[in-house]
Design a protein around this ligand. Sequence first.
Ligand code: GL7
Length: 801
Amino acid sequence: MFSSKDSFKDSFLKRLESMCGKGFEEATKRDQYHTLGNMVREYISSKWIETNELYRSENKKQVYYLSIEFLLGRLLGQNLLNLGIKEVVEEGLNELNISLKEIEECESDPALGNGGLGRLAACFLDSLATLNLPGHGYGIRYKHGLFDQKIVDGYQVELPEQWLRHGNVWEVRKPDEAVEISFWGRIETGVDDGTLSFRHVADQKVLAVPYDMPVVGYRVDTVNTLRLWNAEPASFGPNQDVLSYKRETEAITDFLYPDDTHDEGKILRLKQQYFLVSSSLQSIIKSYKKENSNIRDLHHYVAIHINDTHPAMAVPELMRILMDQEDLSWEDAWHITTNTVSYTNHTILAEALEKWPIYLFKPLLPRIYMIIEEINERFCAELWDRYPGEWERIEHMAIIAHGLVKMAHLAIVGSNSINGVAKIHSDILKNREMKSFYEVYPTKFNNKTNGITHRRWLLKANPELTSLINDTIGEDWIKQPEKLIDLKRHVYHPELKERFAQVKRKRKEILAKKIADKNGIQVDIDSIFDVQVKRLHAYKRQLLNVLHIMYLYNRLKEDANYSIQPRTFIFGAKASPTYYYAKKIIKLIHSLAEKVNNDPRVSQTIKVVFMENYRVSLAEDIFPAADVSEQISTASKEASGTGNMKFMMNGALTVGTLDGANIEIMEEIGEGNIFTFGLTAPEVLKYEENGRYRSMEYYHHDLRIRQVIDQLTNGFFSEDEGEFEAIADSLLVQNDQYFVLRDFASYIDIQEKVGTAYQDRGKWLEQALINVAHSGYFSSDRTIQNYADGIWNIESIGVKM
Ligand code: GL7
């Protein structure tokens, strides 16, 4: 049906009629979307079946990537591109007077993740399939993904997201592969044939029903699987409160927790975690046993990766299955478990390290708790042998202590590999945060610097730049992104620079139109598009960006001769609904935008735009249009960042601290092609240790700082002078935890350099192209190959149709 545009048109029209029961004329855009989506799904299915059969027959090692989030973004466009049928479809639709782009916009943007961590998981799936690696995702089919953000009078309001409202063409429900999960109840211990046995009784059962989604590799026949679990009632008993049981079970998969990096200490979250882990492991073991008779070989055929600590219960759950169901001894089960499980740490923020109170954990998951206790006792005994008498050290490293279960400790002790997500982050793990564990397990720790899929963030998001690259260096880079470096030989060619400038301009126009439509703000295409898009968090320091804009406003107001390169400051960010400070920052950006954009003179030089409801599909419009990428977290706090890579790949120059992957970006492109500023990580960590930082001194000694901070509370922005008091307090009363004032002067300086640099157009374009040329290293294909070789020990399996 996709072999030529005529046969496509034919099938499309027939299918539209049979599916929607309407003629072509009456069909809506959504009908067209559903028709096309179904055709593509059907086209995928033969490859999907073939891939699964091949994996079964080859019986080689496979990896299962467990993640509480997969931030997929829309799939139609990406699938068409990966399948190599986008052109046929687009041309066929054009002849029917239908725009593919408009059809694509009918697809909801599945937001089953909060930010970087969830999006990383989605990029990894794309790379696994493209590299023909046998690797599958396991996650949760949240009925409501991350909330939709509405801005009302400058305030964020959250609305439930409804991605499933019109169905999901990509998923296949597999009720026959449902499994049961047990919560609550108690454990009865008995003796069977002389060995201890454990029976979970009086438990509440929940049914986990899988919905499988195909993960299509780019121009290969591999189609892997993303399995998302849905919670349903298992069975109804005679004396049961049917309604409350139904409500309680379904609640498990109703909502994605809208917290980014914070650990949400809710029992429902704990239920979600065990639900994901238990259903996934049961399903993995079932399919393993179909092909393999000896459970003792599991780790030779199966790798289980836990994405952060949310699925850390994979360790005790695998132990439970191996001991209670497969009758293995503790020692054998432990050997298999620790050789199967590997773990990625994504943050060192203390508030994000999950710790569960025993009083919640133990009643909900009695058998899992027992097993964790035993793991803990054995681990502490080993520590005692190694460090006799060092109680404090052992208490500090224990998995259970002070009434809490520490999930990171469980993950470290129970897995064979622990990796950070950028060099600096992995070093901080080894030398500081997890130092004591690194001493005990030096060989387990390693680094895997994050990556992004260039297929979404360049090919799909920026077809204009893609064509330009193809015209310049051919198409090999698409399969081998490191070959983007070939572009470097050409960056001084005036013609390439000119064409790149045109591409950028076109993409700025597209974004400017969106801004005009949505925000009613006219922005200047010739201004620098200076962008900060990411979750709203104190450590990411949107506030530093805001204070700089306030400073510019003041200068422009006070000095009629002050002249700078015009700039459009663009923000996009969701704040966790309960994060008071973050929501105030959103309000502050809006108040600032109001002031700046409505000032007849200042607005000719600078503008401020907040783009509502930042999400994957909006990001695809923003990255290609950016000139400047703001990566200004307090050094040591952003584990890696991945937005930084997406900007770079689209030819934006970075203004950044020496944090996370910014450092590796600088190493790749050279110090002359990035604008770095601010404290380094060792400097921040030293301040934190010695407690010598006094933000008040900066307030008193720097007039620019004093002016902007005073403006937060003197009625400059708002009749309600208390509106931004919490922000001012964070900087002064609470001594500025994230060193905003400490880095302020250096940020102002570097921003001035950015403005000047932009005026040397030729050089700027070269630098932008150098960024693109070096971005191949940050393809998630490189990252995934590193995981495959260094952690999972899996090989690619060529799928031949
Ligand atoms: C994060 C980190 O904050 C971010 O720096 C990193 O790029 C990402 C993927 O590794 O993981 N950790 C985390 O808890 N969230 C992230 O985005 C939510």
